[in-house]
Design a protein around this ligand. Structure first.
Ligand SMILES: [Zn+2]
Ligand SMILES: [Zn+2]
Ligand SMILES: [Zn+2]
Length: 363
């Protein structure tokens, strides 16, 4: 890290997917992105015209599942009114020269996360959060079982207009698709290669490194300190079974990943005890983010081992996790065109800020 008065300016290579590099540039002059205005959060509990609020159940497509039951639901799952991928299976796959298409077959479901319209994740009880993530598990399992053509079931959440949420009522989504999304595929392939070389899961190695690494790198000529790596400098919080980490090469300023401490490839194998521990850590992490960046607009998505024969040999090398990506600015043309994202807050500083939030004041 070239740390001068002008801040850091260095390209960091993602350890898991090396093609995902990021330019960490913290000098004040580096403000290449338009800052996203924090959206005023809709904190109302009930909105008469909202299709996801109680009493308006007839305004959504039919219920797929409700928890704990249809009458007194606190989580409700419905078909998406505007599915990205559809159920009808009449279209053939088309191949013409270099133009190849795979039929847009899949399933798209909406999880209404909570009966209270504008509640934020960190305001929900951790028991409720565990129920939400258990409902993802149920639906993912169901969808994988329902059709072998479904290669990946992605659970994700958009919160706030900058994160692409079109309905203000808190909700998340599940899309079951006929292909494995590229970023997940790259993680699975690269971690498998790492495993073949080092006989270790790269995610487990990253966790160990975050928890134990300590080093000082000196300049060969001058003997000056070039970089100090402190114990746990990327750790935001850890509990009995999970850890929240600020990735060293994060594309987004406030990106945080949550991983199980013991090796586990498939999210669907998470036990109820682990799910509760995960929910506790998620609640705290979201409270920290809310405190530091205020009214966080974010996406989160679950990365778990894809099902199907071709991935059966990846259970030792892949490690499921939740990626939380708060949207504080909009990627610009340079970033989209080059694939080189610019992060203007050093991950070390971001982790430090998040770590230092005193949760006893807010939770
Ligand atoms: Zn609502
Ligand atoms: Zn692992
Ligand atoms: Zn991932």
């Amino acid at each position: 890290m070239k740390q001068t008065d002008k801040g850091i300016r260095e390209i960091r290579i993602d350890p898991i997917v090396p093609s995902n590099s990021v330019l960490v540039a913290t000098a004040r002059s580096m403000r290449p992105r338009k800052q996203e205005d924090p959206a005023p959060r809709d904190t109302r509990k009930h909105v008469e015209t909202c299709p996801f609020c109680k009493g308006n159940e007839d305004k959504t497509p039919p219920t797929i599942a409700s928890y704990p039951d249809e009458e007194n639901w606190s989580i409700r799952i419905v078909e998406n009114l505007y599915p990205v991928l559809g159920e009808n299976s009449t279209q053939e796959n088309l191949n013409f020269g270099l133009q190849q298409t795979i039929e847009g077959y899949g399933r798209h479901e909406v999880i209404i996360d909570h009966a209270s319209h504008g509640i934020a994740i960190h305001e929900m009880s951790s028991e409720h959060l565990a129920s939400i993530f258990t409902s993802y598990q149920d639906r993912m399992q169901h969808l994988y079982n329902s059709d072998p053509r479904l290669k990946y079931v992605l659970a994700f959440k958009n919160f706030g207009p900058a994160a692409g949420a079109s309905i203000a009522h808190t909700h998340s989504q599940i899309i079951a698709m006929p292909v494995v999304p590229e970023n997940l595929f790259n993680e699975v392939q690269n971690s498998k290669q790492y495993y073949h070389k080092h006989h270790r899961c790269i995610f487990c190695s990253l966790i160990d490194e975050a928890l134990t690494y300590e080093a000082t790198i000196y300049d060969r000529d001058s003997g000056e300190v070039r970089r100090k790596i402190d114990v746990g400098q990327y750790v935001i919080e850890k509990n009995e079974h999970f850890i929240a980490i600020k990735p060293f090469a994060s594309r987004y300023e406030w990106e945080v990943h949550i991983l199980p401490l013991v090796h586990q490839a498939d999210y669907l194998q998470t036990s109820p005890e682990y799910m509760q521990s995960f929910a506790d850590l998620l609640k705290n992490t979201m409270a920290r983010l809310d405190q530091v960046i205020g009214g966080a607009q974010f996406n989160y998505f679950l990365h778990s081992i894809p099902h199907g024969e071709e991935f059966e040999d990846c259970t030792a090398s892949y490690h499921w996790h939740l990626e939380i990506c708060p949207r504080t600015s909009i990627p610009n043309g340079f970033e989209l065109g080059s694939g080189l994202f610019v992060n203007t807050v050093s991950p070390e500083d971001a982790a430090k800020k998040l770590r230092s939030v005193d949760l006893s004041d807010i939770l």
